[in-house]
Each structure stands twice: as C-alpha cells, then as structure tokens.
Design a protein around this ligand. Sequence first.
Ligand SMILES: N[C@@H](CCC(=O)N[C@@H](CS)C(=O)NCC(=O)O)C(=O)O
Length: 219
Amino acid sequence: MLIVHHLNNSRSQRILWLLEELEVPYEIKKYYRLPSMLAPPELLAVNPLGKAPVITDGEINIAESGAIIEYIIEKYGQGKISTSLEGAIDDLYFLHYAEGTLMPILVQKLIFSLIPARSPWLIRWFLKIIFDELARKVVEPELKKNVDMIESHLVKKDWLAGGSGPTAADFSMSMSLEILQQEKIAHPATVAYVKRLQARPAYRRALMKGGEYSYGPKL
Ligand SMILES: N[C@@H](CCC(=O)N[C@@H](CS)C(=O)NCC(=O)O)C(=O)O
C-alpha cells in the first residue's frame, strides 16, 4: 500500500488531502518536528534531504510535493482530476509556482523573523531592527506582487485551473495560501478560496488523519 511519510504541520498535509479526494487507500507514517522545528533524523531513511513529504509506493520513494502530486494523479487519478485545455496551462503554472516562487518568499519571511527571536538576548533587539527592515524592503514588496497576482486570478475562478473542483495546482498551492490567509495578508477572493478548499469533506478527512496542522481550521 502507498505510504505517506507525514511530518506534523507541514507540506505533506496537502498530499493527504489529494489522496482523500481520490479515495486512494494509503498508510500514514508520522514524524514529529524537533523543538528546532526541523524534521527528525528518521526521515533521512526515506529521503537523503530528510524533508517531508515523501511517499513510498512499492519499490519507489518520491520526494518533492509537485513531483508527488503529479505522480499520484497520473497513477491513481482514474480521470477524476482533469482540466480543460485552457485550464491545463494554469494548472501547470500554479503547480510549479507554489514551490518555485511563492513558498521561498514565505520561508524567507519566516527566517527573517526567526533569526532575532532565536538569537542571544543581548543582540536580539539589534538584529530585530535589521531583519524587520530587511523584511520591509526585500520580502514585503515581493510578497505584495504575488498576493495581488493570486487575487487577480482567483476573482475569476473558484479553482486555480478553473473547473468545478481542485486539480494539481490547488493541492500544490493550498498550504501557502492558508499561510497568507492566516497571516491576514490574503485578499478577499483568496480568503474565500481557502475557505472553499477547507470545507471539502476530503480536506477535513485528511486533517483528521494527519493530526497537528496549524494552518487549517479547527475541527
Ligand atoms: N520543496 C519541497 C520542500 C520540502 C520541505 O522543506 N519540507 C519541510 C516541511 S514543510 C520539512 O521537511 N522541513 C523540516 C526540515 O527541513 O528539517 C517540497 O515541496 O516537498
């Protein structure tokens, strides 16, 4: 049976959502973040980078969310997740944009806030001034462009690739958009989109099975 190597509070939650949408049987092997927030060393046994998500399907181990999403839809999709010709371009774009552009900006934002918070108290105030300024000058303008672009797309569509239900792009983008919503950076159509995906029964089942996930709704 397909195994999802799942880390709490992480990108692997979106793989659980995809599998629930497809009603594919799977097992979850759970890993828990260390106090440092890093993954535990046991994940190194299935992925040399020690990161989640990873899936094991028979002899195959695959990491990288986008690759996993494509693999699962291709192998187990049974045509349940499909796009129009026009939607296919948006699907491809947002599937890759999620990890290629948007998530790195969010990670940079997080790191800029963590550096002062985790530094010795004597220099913390100084680092906070520097990193707040860096965030203001470097991260925020970039984030604004991205948030505006996503909103201009979602005012026209219920799902990123159009159509009547989620496709690869939605699974890939879900966590980043949940973060934007939680941090109150997302615009109204994006907030409505996040609520739409979080209301799906498959999403809720995935949340119950995955356990701790701070970006989702309370169950
Ligand atoms: N681009 C990769 C990123 C994987 C990644 O950074 N995963 C995080 C979880 S959200 C992780 O495992 N963090 C723990 C660590 O870096 O030790 C993907 O989309 O799969």
